[in-house]
Design a protein around this ligand. Sequence first.
Ligand code: FIX
Ligand code: ZN
Length: 433
Amino acid sequence: MSSLTTFQSITQAVNRALAQQPVSDMHTHLYPPSFGTPVASSTSQSDPAGLMLYGVDELITYHYLIAEVFRVVPATKLPYESFWKMSRAEQADHIWKHLFIDRSPLSEACRGVLTTLQKLGLDISDRSLAPARKWFAQQNPSQYIDKVMQIANVDSITMTNAVFDDNERARWLADPNVGSDPRFRAVLRIDPMVLDWPIASKKLTQWGYPCAETIDDATINQAQKFLNDWLARMKAIYIAVSLPPEFRYPSTQPSDQVLEKIILPVCAQRGLPFAMMIGSRRGVNPRLNDAADMGGLSDVQSLTALCRNFPDNKFFCTMLARENQHELCVAARKFGNLMVFGCWWFLNNPSLIKEITKMRLELLGLSMIPQHSDARIMDQLIYKWDHSREIISQVLADKYADLARTGWAITEEEIQRDVKLLLKDNFIDFLGR
Ligand code: FIX
Ligand code: ZN
């Protein structure tokens, strides 16, 4: 196959490769219909606490946009309590009016709604939500997932399965097949075990795994059994936690022992990665509920201590602070058991994805996972991946053009191979390593 030499031919080949390569999305908050859909449809009844979210009202009331609307209609004008008392559709109308109609929807989260509706073929040129609402009400949730995955070109969705969430745990216990949709894979999410062992140990005890606050041998056995039982029930592909900027290892806190004696040995025995998403400071403005969190600077050396002390463990890591990204890349150069992933949450903006992806390519070559979607609402897969693909394409085209200038011959097949590593194989291979 002939090599690509001009910037234009390289750009076209990269764009084609990005568009054609299906993504295995390694971190979302999406669920199949078996976890319930809050909106009734032709095939399912309404389940108000259902976990599969989709549709225009959910898209517009994404927690990113709730935070944004309180900037332009402050709580002095519309108290938080009044907003939370509104129905989903009323909240969506409020956000639509203030963030899309009264001013141009320039923020990334606003733009995402518009990209999604456009790619679904919904015409909102008259700026009315009624036709989109009508269209979504007619969708069959399972077929709709196929449609979204096809438009977003995503071949596998990784869930976040919070075992300490009563609603979610009850669904797994009630139906052994709740997680068997082949389009989705489970992840055991266990934040309280690392963040608040006294509370977590009480919960485990209530659930039939007697654990003490002091981490003795019996407690280690029971807590490991708890993890093993849930990993098996969920067929989980990794264990995950989200941690605050203050997370330290070692720390003399119970989290040291929980990691060393409970979580990491189970991961190592089962060959599962441990995913650490570090830097989320929860509840900064608690009245914003799901939108209350922000980020902060984390400690990369705590991560390197874990990678060094546990060479038989595999670690996925993403950090929320822009200021951590360079040190995190350098840490990954030192540890083959560390896989850096994604531009998380407040970093999931074109300017920052560009900067971070470029830096990762320069420091780590192709040995990283540039992005995950973190989608909470099914439809968001469309915009999150559309916007990210565009940026990854631009960054890669520049890098291949730099290579071409050295006289290195680049073929379209090689570009396709590399893009497959970034969007799929690095994730899959790390799981199987
Ligand atoms: O902890 C997490 O997995 C975070 O991604 C979420 O909890 C957060 O609310 C979010 O949606 C970020 O994109
Ligand atoms: Zn997340």
